[in-house]
Ligand binder design. Structure first.
Ligand SMILES: [Zn+2]
Length: 437
């Protein structure tokens, strides 16, 4: 069962039935909502219900917001004065600890009646996860089984990591964070969702201010370093928050990774090594959104981002990082933010970066033209063959192929967008050494 939201019940330790009762909200027409209730079971469903008194409105809708994002409007039928909506989450993923804002809306002609807005906490209430929690500084740490000591240790470390990131980025942690400590890989993978990569050992959803840690991801030293990395992502999110776009991923991951130890010595060695490899380095334009999936590409992406951040700090000081963050807050593009922070163009910085490794900046790779399809398509009944003309004719099936490629292109675009959103939000990185231990 989901727990009561923090809005209405700041401290509720056990997984109780989440029932939020609102006073009826009378409207000018005399109708109003009452008995607002909501409940959730992680990975199964969310349910919402309410009653309506008064004349039936033209239509009723449930307005849903997930973690401050993704506003949905769901039409709901009024039956004998009752409203009920079930959202199936067996196939759809929503991260645990998402606060779901909801309210009901009745529309009759030009008249709109809104219920009060309430929130439901979609928490990880899977069987066997007997969560305990404690406030440690600016972090609420959550654990189950015998993991209280390490959970509290994470809470202590989170405060120091947040302070260090705030110094670097010139902006404090805006609000407390939640840290969930998972014991088994199965529990952790279930929490971070079906799109998670195998090598993920920790994950963060900055907009939820939530960090998920897996204790089996590595040594204690690795876990502590990773915790600092993840907390830095949340501060970076606060320091660069704007309504227009996410900062470049290489910068976000570069700052988080640089903050682990305060330098890029290890990462520079990797970049230097890969600069001499046949595949070479990657263009920063390729590291703006999703990082590569393969181990070499992922590790090199983190290393390049970290080394570029180190270059900026070395050449222009930490004040430059704070100025870059400040520029993002005012809506600057990546290029403008770097120019505002350093006084030099990103092109110049990239030139310096690649020159330091004795290579030139990678050029964009032009896509090859699609070849002709070799899939035979039988003649279609009722299709009139076009009259011969001087123009070259498409090969049999070519026009159909073009339509299919268009469809496949749209599907692929959608998939990439989804994956990009998930991965960008997750801010995970490979465990040290690139393994998945
Ligand atoms: Zn990261």
């Amino acid at each position: 069962m989901g727990r009561l939201s923090r809005v209405t019940a700041p401290v509720l330790l056990s997984g109780l039935l989440a029932v939020l009762v609102a006073a009826p909200a009378p409207s000018r027409a005399g109708g109003g909502f009452g008995d607002l209730q909501a409940d959730a079971t992680f990975g199964v469903e969310m349910t919402f219900s309410a009653s309506w008194t008064g004349a039936p409105p033209d239509r009723v809708e449930l307005l849903l917001g997930f973690g401050g994002e993704e506003r949905l409007v769901v039409p709901v039928e009024l039956v004998s004065g009752q409203l009920a909506y079930r959202r199936d989450l067996a196939d759809g993923y929503v991260p645990p600890n998402t606060s779901v804002a909801y309210r009901w809306r009745a529309v009759s002609g030009a008249q709109v009646t809104l219920s009060p807005e309430r929130s439901l906490l979609y928490d990880d209430d899977r069987p066997g996860l007997d969560w305990r929690q404690a406030q440690v500084g600016s972090a609420m740490v959550h654990w189950y089984d015998a993991n209280e000591t390490i959970a509290r240790r994470f809470g202590d470390l989170a405060g120091g990591a947040a302070d260090a990131a705030a110094d670097l980025l010139g902006h404090p942690l805006a609000d407390p964070i939640d840290i969930f400590v998972y014991d088994t890989r199965e529990d952790f993978q279930g929490a971070v969702g079906p799109g998670a990569r195998e090598w993920i050992g920790a994950a963060t959803y900055p907009h939820l201010r939530t960090v998920y840690m897996w204790l089996g991801a590595g040594s204690t030293a690795y876990l502590e370093t990773t915790l600092g990395h993840e907390v830095t992502h949340v501060v970076f999110h606060d320091a660069t928050a704007n309504p227009f776009h996410e900062p470049a991923t290489w910068l976000n991951e570069g700052v988080a990774t640089w903050s682990e130890v305060g330098n890029a010595d290890t990462e520079r060695d990797l970049v230097s090594l890969e600069a001499r490899s046949p595949d070479g380095l990657m263009a920063f334009a390729a590291l703006t959104d999703q990082f590569p999936i393969d181990a070499r590409g992922a590790n090199l992406a983190y290393a390049q981002g970290t080394t570029m951040v180190d270059l900026i700090i070395h050449d222009f000081g930490t004040d430059a990082m704070a100025a870059i963050a400040e520029a993002y807050r005012s809506g600057a593009t990546d290029e403008d933010a770097i120019l505002a922070g350093t006084g030099v163009s990103f092109e110049t910085l990239r030139g310096e970066f690649f020159a330091a490794f004795g290579v030139s900046e990678p050029e964009p790779v032009e896509p090859l033209p699609l070849g002709r399809s070799d899939v035979p398509i039988p003649p279609q009944a009722g299709v009139v063959e076009p009259a011969p003309s001087a123009e070259p004719q498409p090969a049999p099936g070519e026009s159909q192929d073009a339509a299919w490629w268009l469809i496949i292109g749209f599907v692929a675009l959608g998939a990439v967008f989804f994956v990009t959103v998930v991965v960008r939000s997750r801010r995970a990185r490979p465990p040290a050494g690139g393994g998945d231990s």
